[in-house]
Design a protein around this ligand. Structure first.
Ligand code: PLP
Ligand code: COI
Length: 355
């Protein structure tokens, strides 16, 4: 399959104010769509006006959550050119999620080609204002109209896009996070490593409770011993413990973040000792008491580098970096966004030009 049919939107929308972009609310004029069935495989690739889908109310994604998705961004550099950040990592991860959810593999090269076409069509939607970007959401849904609880015999792959500013309303100001003690998000052998709606549905309750108490997100503990740190709702986490930077190892229950991978590569290139290992909440408390736990931040496409100013475990408040942006968080934010927005050299070859 190589052809992408194009149906232009004859009624383009007015673009939102770039200085007041709420995350994930305004969508561009076009979207990419293709279908899968057993006879034809993936077929009928097309870019069409952004709009509602026609689905049977019985389709599998609506009842049994057979769905996978990705989150990536396109950035405009100071010369007005548009770049993607490590896009193939996202399509590879989408296929790993697809494998877990019994969804047919997509052709990663073709998905990238379709994305480049789509961005070129909606290039005026890539915002120019400092700190903004175009958020890209590829996703796959099971569409077979059947209430039998089995994998679907029909799918749709779509890509939608929206101009965004900061994910957290606080911007780069530190967020407050609550260590979740009651609910769990995922267990090893489950689907925590996959980017699929069910993981997010599982996390809503705890997030609501945390929000009522004034916290932005929850920090998940492992689902078996409720002892080891996992990740936050929409980001991976890093802790500065003395001269070691620690992030939980990938053992199947957390998302292998592309920002996480990039942070590890950056820190290693700067000579930091980075450990991907098990980290218990008790170890964290001990280190805090000794003054050895000094900084914490989250990493993610939407969240970028997000400093944490307060971490609460039961009734213990760990206040970090004087409630300000930690030194390492700031350096990582500057370097990573410098590469993404094309303001710094890209020694790792992470960016890809769209046009
Ligand atoms: N963990 C979860 C649960 C996420 O939703 C995300 C966001 O995609 C991340 C981590 C960070 O992953 P990435 O850096 O690839 O965006
Ligand atoms: C992303 O960072 O791309 C994500 O998918 C997080 C999402 C929950 C907004």
């Amino acid at each position: 399959m190589s052809e992408i049919k194009i149906v232009r939107n004859t009624a383009p929308k007015q673009k939102p104010d770039e200085n007041n972009l709420v995350f994930g609310k305004y969508f561009t004029d076009h979207m990419f769509e293709m279908d899968w069935n057993q006879q034809q495989g993936w077929h009928d690739a097309r870019i069409v006006p952004y709009g509602p889908l026609e689905l049977s109310p019985a389709c599998t994604c609506l009842h049994y959550g057979q769905e996978t998705f990705e989150g990536m961004k396109a950035y405009r550099n100071p010369h007005g050119e548009i770049y993607l950040f490590r896009p193939m990592e996202n399509f590879k991860r989408l296929n790993r999620s697809n494998e877990r959810l019994c969804i047919p593999q997509i052709d990663e090269e073709f998905a990238l080609k379709a994305l480049l076409e789509l961005i070129k069509m909606d290039k005026d939607w890539v915002p120019h204002t400092e700190g903004t970007s175009l958020y890209i959401r590829p996703f796959v849904i099971g569409t077979e109209p059947s209430l039998g609880a089995h994998s679907s015999s029909e799918y749709k792959f779509l890509i939608i896009m929206c101009p965004v500013g900061a994910y957290y309303a606080t911007g780069l100001n530190p967020v407050s996070i609550f260590v979740e003690n009651e609910y769990v998000r995922a267990v090893r052998g489950g689907m925590g490593f996959a980017k699929t709606g069910g993981n997010y549905a599982a996390s809503l309750k705890a997030q609501d409770v945390a929000a009522e108490e004034g916290f932005s997100q929850v920090l998940w503990l492992d689902g078996v011993e409720r002892k080891y740190i996992e990740e936050v709702g929409a980001m991976n986490v890093f802790f500065v413990l003395g001269d070691e930077v620690v992030t939980p190892a990938l053992q199947g229950s957390i998302l292998p973040g592309i920002t996480r991978k990039s942070v590890i590569e950056l820190l290693s290139s700067w000579g930091y000792k980075v450990s991907e290992r098990r980290l218990s909440v008790d170890e964290l408390l001990e280190a805090y008491k000794k003054g050895n736990f000094t900084e914490m931040f989250g990493s993610g496409t939407a969240a970028v580098i997000s400093p944490v100013g307060l971490l609460r475990y039961k009734d213990i408040d760990m206040k970090l970096s004087d409630g300000k942006i930690g030194e390492l968080s700031q350096r990582l934010y500057d370097e990573l966004t410098g590469i993404q927005w094309g303001k710094c050299p890209d020694p790792f070859g992470w960016t890809m030009k769209v046009e």
